[in-house]
Ligand binder design. Structure first.
Ligand code: ADP
Ligand code: TRP
Length: 319
């Protein structure tokens, strides 16, 4: 069984990325063959500065390894190191109705906000489908926001198979864990790089502290009884067991327990949970040769699979 996923190098890794996606990659790697890439082609849709893109792509690779993805068990590579992804995207786009892509969340949201979308963003789901279909994974572990993209991928695969009368593509399943489907940000909305409400797991301690301290609460005073289902307990739940969550909620209800206290407890839990990972992540920055070697080996392994699939696709469509 094979699992595949990608993360865009558009910013620093945050709790949402970790619990929504990356932790699953790591948990799955002993039971599934893992293929994980940095979706750098996808990041071009937001017209990122070239130097930033290069740096952020390397950062995500280091994040993957620090979080526990083992390059000996999983294939790790840069999406752009295998241009076959864009070749398959072109082929799939010819079977893709405009109307379907017009329903794409990312595109629709931009247009709704009055932002001019580029064709790359419009085609984003087709590239993502190509990323997936090239490698025939059984599962695609992602956060809930990617559900529609996996459904589109299945639609494209069915259309292709039907049109050419051949089972060329295997239908992937999304793997979305319910309890972490959406991690909230410091403002209570979905945590996202684009909303500036993140808690970054590999940022310097001072920054993590500042982010935790910025979690939005109401203005209840120290001695007041407080709503136990606030943004702090929601984030604390990611790190604590049932009894610990209950204990924090009871303290909030009882009063004389300030939001500042709770934030401190949360910060300690975050730093404790990610202690080893953070050390590993900082050490990797001084070992870029190792990171590059991981990418080289990853590209080689991934390219074998992708090239074999593309041969079949080209033959099927008459190229
Ligand atoms: P962002 O929204 O910060 O730009 P990405 O779109 O790059 O994050 O997401 C990378 C992965 O992390 C995806 O699988 C996505 O579903 C997951 N993810 C991102 N934010 C969250 C969140 N707040 N909760 C759960 N999963 C998330
Ligand atoms: N669109 C995904 C995101 O923003 C990243 C991604 C690109 C991806 N290609 C993929 C995820 C293929 C899973 C499989 O999070």
């Amino acid at each position: 069984m094979r699992s595949l996923s990608g993360i865009q190098p558009s910013g620093m890794l945050h709790l949402g990325n970790y619990f929504g996606a990356l932790k699953q990659f790591v948990d799955l790697q002993d039971s599934y063959e893992g293929i994980y890439f940095v979706a750098d082609y996808h990041s071009l849709t937001s017209q990122i500065n070239p130097e930033m893109l290069r740096t952020k792509s390397m950062n995500i690779v280091m994040d993957y390894i620090a979080a526990g993805l083992d390059p000996k068990k999983s294939t790790i590579f840069l999406q752009s190191s295998i241009p076959l992804h864009t070749e398959l995207m072109w082929i799939l786009s010819n079977l893709t109705p405009m109307a379907l892509l017009e329903r794409g969340h990312a595109y629709k949201d931009k247009v709704a906000k009055g932002i001019k979308a580029n064709v790359g963003l419009f085609n984003y789901p087709v590239l993502m489908a190509a990323d997936i279909l090239l490698y025939e994974p059984d599962f695609v572990p992602v956060g809930k926001d990617q559900k529609q993209h996996i459904e589109f991928t299945r639609d494209f695969a069915v259309k292709f198979n039907e049109f050419y009368g051949k089972e060329v593509f295997k239908l992937p399943e999304a793997l979305i864990l319910d309890n972490v489907a959406t991690v909230i940000g410091t403002d209570g909305e979905k945590m996202s790089k684009s909303y500036g409400n993140t808690i970054n797991i590999y940022a310097p301690e001072k920054i993590v502290k500042k982010q935790v301290m910025s979690i939005v609460t109401d203005s209840a005073g120290l001695e007041d009884s407080k709503n136990p289902d606030n943004n702090i307990t929601k984030l604390y739940s990611l790190f604590a067991d049932e009894n610990e969550i209950k204990a924090m909620k009871e303290k909030f209800i009882a009063g004389n327990y300030g939001y500042g206290h709770a934030k401190k407890e949360l910060l300690e839990r975050i730093l404790d949970y990610f202690k080893e990972q953070r050390e590993k992540r900082f050490a990797l920055e001084n070992n870029l040769d190792y990171v590059k070697e991981v990418l080289r080996a990853g590209r080689e392994a991934a390219n074998k699979i992708a090239e074999a699939k593309m041969k079949e696709v080209r033959k099927t469509v008459g190229l």
